[in-house]
Write a protein that binds this ligand. Structure first.
Ligand code: S3P
Length: 189
């Protein structure tokens, strides 16, 4: 029998591992997997680099915010948000009341390494050298950490580049998700 549950939502900086973990979690929970970046690309028929062309993020952020509200109410889903999505005004309130929010946290040095490695499809960093990426990560994390840290749980993401550890983390998060549903979304579990 289909039982509706609030979504499991993954937030955190770009390249931290939200999508790989999210896909696995969705399989485990038998949920739909939603990546807000892909959702935006499909909805507006443009790639993220096209939407952010010219370095002006305003239009992209508006679309991202719209999509966040749209997907947050989808039941039985694992949602991986774009790195900047939780940081627009009111976005964290929407996410926290819609579902169970996990923040995948990593220190700035490791984040910078991962962002550099996976920079190609991320327009705000694609052309930056390692040093400039380090500065970018520090500045953005300074702005974003207070938003991210409001999540229901903070998850250490340092091993999320290792397949076995991703599996282990997915196991743990699936359990925590059900526990949080029982405590905080009473009656919906
Ligand atoms: C961004 C992160 C990206 C994407 C866009 C902007 C950001 O998503 O939304 O390039 O500002 O942190 P990922 O976190 O999936 O890379």
């Amino acid at each position: 029998m289909y039982e509706p549950h609030p979504p499991l939502i993954l937030i955190g900086f770009m390249a931290v591992g939200k999508s790989s973990l999210g896909r696995l979690l969705a399989k485990k929970l038998n949920y739909e997997f939603i990546d807000t970046d892909l959702w935006i690309e499909n909805k507006y028929h443009k790639s993220i680099p096209e939407l952010m062309q010219g370095g002006d993020e305003t239009d992209f952020r508006k679309k991202e915010r719209f999509v966040l509200e749209e997907v947050a109410c989808i039941e039985n889903a694992v949602i991986a948000t774009g790195g900047g999505a939780p940081c627009s005004p009111g976005a964290m309130d929407i996410l926290l009341s819609a579902g169970v929010v996990f923040y995948l946290q990593l220190d700035n040095e490791l984040l910078a390494e991962r962002v550099y490695k996976y920079r190609a499809r991320r327009p705000s960093v694609a052309k930056l050298d390692p040093e400039a990426i380090r500065t970018f990560v520090q500045e953005k994390m300074h702005e974003r950490a207070p938003y991210y840290e409001r999540a229901h749980r903070i998850v250490d993401a340092k091993d999320l580049d290792n397949k076995e550890m991703i599996y282990k983390c997915a196991e743990e998060l699936a359990e925590q998700y059900h526990a949080i549903l029982r405590q905080q979304f009473n009656g919906k579990e």
